[in-house]
Design a protein around this ligand. Structure first.
Ligand SMILES: Cc1cc2nc3c(=O)[nH]c(=O)nc-3n(C[C@H](O)[C@H](O)[C@H](O)COP(=O)(O)OP(=O)(O)OC[C@H]3O[C@@H](n4cnc5c(N)ncnc54)[C@H](O)[C@@H]3O)c2cc1C
Ligand SMILES: *[C@@H]1O[C@H](CO)[C@@H](O)[C@H](O)[C@H]1NC(C)=O
Ligand SMILES: *[C@@H]1O[C@H](CO)[C@@H](O)[C@H](O)[C@H]1NC(C)=O
Ligand SMILES: *[C@@H]1O[C@H](CO)[C@@H](O)[C@H](O)[C@H]1NC(C)=O
Ligand SMILES: *[C@@H]1O[C@H](CO)[C@@H](O)[C@H](O)[C@H]1NC(C)=O
Length: 700
């Protein structure tokens, strides 16, 4: 099985590093429980204050952006509680971009290494969901792509929240607004002349930021075969994008990467937003401190519950400690951590809380719902030319140079439906089938992983946004050029517009037990059809120069896969996460199963916000860092300078019942969530696949 996994796409060398140097540096990590005090902002549990203005639960990507911005005035007191370590003893692994594939922190103590429940739409497999448990969160362990979404996606997000919200807040979530805040987070540096000569990347510096904390640029060295990427795409009918960063990201391009060009190190939320700060007495960072729950006071303010602070502990056996928040508790635990914290705190669907033995503080059926993710697989060929993996494995002096180690995969492209379906006519017939599924309750209802009427309305609103606003304009598939395996060239395909939605819930009241993750992958039949179309296109690239000249035989899936049914079967049995789960605390109206309003406040609370990758209501055709950096920047502005016409925020009302979602297709009136065993719905145009049991991941 290992051989399969090594070839296995999906940036899969993340999951199983091709060359495990895992023991490197690990002699240092047994400082667990000892809190390093060197850098000024770190504290110990004993040196914490009793109370802070803001407590940020989760020192990941969004959490550290907020920590930096909210403490900027030198007065406002901010505490960051991070479940993982500081990562300061892992610097060399974190810093060298290329090592992300070869000496990854995944599958170490710095990775939650979550798993899904078996996915019936994906061969019954249990899938890995890596997630950084370290200051910087997943931005410390990830692949560093900085890609911005399509403007149609952000404007569709705005439309989902606009009618129900204070306009001043809702207008924060338009493309124009997010574009500005994504630029604010960034300092862009053009490629080196060598890199540009090799890969021929295009960019428009005017679309990028020039004075933000996060460094973005391209690797200082590009593998020679990257020169084949843009011309091959062009030969395949995918034009080279001249500027993928100002709202239209269709076409082929090289992504900018989160790399600091001055010393070719990873730029991530900690190195960008925290490490360079001058001493700040008002900002405290406590590592190895998992928030075990948000505590609520007995006060009720305008019908909303008031958080008094949080409790935290370093492990299940540690004594639980508490700390008060005089202004707000901000959850920034990410797409898994934030809904998990809400649920163990008693904020969520009543049936879930009841069965986990958690007393209900705020009944909120949308917590953990609307889960959407990108799924990736691909086609691989043997090559005798040097890949990144070949050079790394050689052990040559060059393979140890900073320039070489700055290479990370960055060739990408987003393609639309008419490309995938060979023309507008067959694409519109596909869209009609998606609409027919939507309009027929017998096909629609089984796709909704909840019988709660508000959640069902949210599912439908999101579905309609995809069909009417996103799929006609934005990329449905990302196609990526992957060169990190020795002797193998992989072209990956990743679904960007999933109509399948799942959910995350708990079966334990302890934050130290993992939540139950059920993405309901490929439950909507259209998703596998889109992947199939993409895989067929990608195989055809092998006939096109200049890629053709680099390729030997196709090693995955190989010549036995020929028919549409074969391809769908292959997709179901080989997709894995592209590491972009989100939407589990969706910003949606409350009567659509929303968790936060347009000001990012949790419905039914007066002072709890969620600010991280869980709040997007929709999947976007982007790797999630760029939109999360932008969203967190915008959120800090909203907190520090609330938009003026905002006195009556929409987040009123305590526990939710009914919420005016008449005509729920399921007729459900409570939260009996549907279960994971449901088979994917089979519309007439979908080939029913025989699921191959033998392709289960072996090393779980
Ligand atoms: C392997 C991998 C590769 C990826 N590659 C890319 C890429 O190339 N480009 C890209 O744009 N995106 C990529 N991503 C996705 C991107 O990293 C995430 O979307 C992003 O980091 C999410 O930001 P966040 O702030 O929502 O959460 P995170 O960055 O995950 O931060 C959440 C933090 O909260 C902490 N936390 C959680 N629960 C608690 C608790 N109870 N108490 C205290 N702390 C808690 C966590 O330990 C973590 O530090 C990748 C992700 C992974 C896992
Ligand atoms: C879809 O992509 C093709 C290029 O592959 C482009 O020519 C066409 O204009 C795009 N259509 C839309 C609606 O963007
Ligand atoms: C890289 O350079 C930046 C300055 O641009 C500096 O802040 C950072 O500490 C450096 N990192 C390393 C590992 O040298
Ligand atoms: C869950 O979905 C299945 C179809 O997949 C349906 O038959 C069943 O009634 C649903 N269960 C609930 C509780 O809604
Ligand atoms: C919770 O669910 C997980 C599967 O996601 C399972 O392994 C675990 O045993 C369950 N725990 C309880 C207490 O039911």
């Amino acid at each position: 099985m290992l051989a399969t996994e090594l070839l296995a796409l999906t940036l899969a060398t993340f999951a199983v590093p091709a060359f495990a140097h895992k023991n490197r540096e690990f002699h240092n990590v047994h400082t667990h429980g000892i809190y390093p005090i060197q850098p000024r902002n770190y504290i110990t549990p004993e040196t914490r204050r009793d109370s802070y203005d803001y407590i940020i639960a989760g020192g990941g990507l969004a959490g550290l952006v907020l920590a930096s911005r909210l403490s900027d005035d030198g007065k406002t007191t901010v505490l960051v509680l991070e479940a993982g370590g500081t990562g300061d003893d892992q610097k060399s692994t974190i810093n060298a971009p290329g090592l992300t594939y070869f000496t990854s922190l995944l599958n170490t103590q710095f990775d939650y290494a979550d798993k899904t429940v078996p996915q019936s739409g994906a061969g019954g497999r249990i899938m890995r969901w890596p997630r950084g448990k370290i200051l910087g969160g997943s931005s410390a362990v990830n692949g560093m792509y900085i890609v911005r979404p399509n403007s149609a996606e952000i404007d569709a997000w705005h439309d989902l929240i606009a009618d129900d919200s204070n306009k001043a807040y809702a207008d924060s979530w338009t493309w124009n607004s997010l574009y500005e805040s994504m630029k604010k987070s960034e300092s862009f540096t053009p490629p080196t002349q060598d890199s540009e000569n090799t890969a021929g990347m295009k960019y428009n510096a005017g679309s990028h930021g020039s004075s933000g904390p996060l460094h973005t640029t391209f690797p200082a060295y590009m593998i020679p075969m990257t020169s084949a990427w843009l011309p091959t795409l062009a030969a395949a009918g995918i034009p080279t994008s001249q500027d993928a960063y100002s709202g239209d990201n269709l076409g082929g391009f090289f992504s900018t990467m989160a790399i600091n060009p001055t010393n070719l190190t990873r730029s991530y939320s900690k190195s960008a937003y925290i490490d360079p700060l001058p001493p700040r007495d008002n900002l405290h960072v406590l590592a190895n401190a998992a928030v075990t729950r948000v505590t609520f006071s007995d006060n009720v303010q305008d019908g909303n519950r008031v958080a008094s602070g949080v409790e935290f502990a370093s492990s299940v056996s540690d004594t639980v400690k508490s700390v008060a928040a005089s202004k707000e508790v901000i959850l920034a635990g990410g797409a898994v951590g934030s809904p998990h914290m809400l649920l163990v705190s008693g904020v969520g669907p009543k049936d879930v809380l009841d069965s986990a033995g958690v007393s209900v503080q705020v009944e909120l059926p949308g917590v953990g719902q609307h889960l959407q993710d990108h799924l990736a697989t691909g086609v691989a060929w043997a090559t005798t030319e040097d890949t990144q993996g070949t050079i790394y494995q050689s052990g040559s002096d060059f393979s140890k140079s900073a320039e070489f180690l700055s290479y990370v995969n960055c060739g990408t492209s987003y393609v639309n439906g008419s490309y995938l379906f060979d023309g507008d006519e067959s694409f519109s017939s596909f869209v009609s089938q998606i609409k027919a599924t939507f309009n027929d309750p017998t096909t629609l209802n089984p796709l909704i992983p909840s019988t709660d009427s508000a959640v069902a309305e949210g599912y439908k609103a999101i579905y309609q946004s995809y069909v009417d606003k996103i799929i006609p304009k934005a990329g449905m598939i990302e196609i990526l050029f992957s060169l990190n395996t020795p002797g193998v060239i992989t072209v990956q395909t990743a679904l960007q517009t999933p109509l399948s939605q799942g959910r995350l819930y708990i079966n334990s009241s302890s934050i130290f037990d993992p939540p139950v993750i059920d993405p309901w992958y490929l439950s909507h039949p259209a998703d596998v059809v889109v992947l199939r179309q993409a895989l067929k296109k990608v195989r055809s690239f092998s006939q096109l120069s200049p890629l053709k000249e680099l390729l030997g035989e196709e090693t995955r899936p190989g010549p036995s896969v020929q028919t549409d049914e074969d391809w769908e079967n292959y997709a179901r049995n080989n997709v894995n996460t592209e590491f972009h789960p989100g939407c589990t605390c969706a910003m949606l109206p409350k009567n659509k199963g929303g968790v936060v309003d347009a000001s990012l406040k949790v419905y039914g609370t007066s002072n709890v916000r969620v600010i991280d990758g869980s709040v997007f209501p929709l999947s976007m055709s982007a790797h999630l860092m760029a939109p999360i950096y932008g969203m967190a920047e915008k959120a800090a502005e909203i907190i520090l300078n609330p938009p003026t016409s905002s006195s009556s925020s929409s987040s009123s009302g305590g526990s939710s019942t009914g919420t005016g979602a008449n005509g729920s297709p399921t007729g459900g009136s409570n939260n009996n969530n549907n279960n994971s065993g449901a088979a994917p719905v089979r519309a007439s145009w979908v080939v029913v696949v025989g699921l191959v049991a033998g392709v289960l991941l072996s090393s779980l």
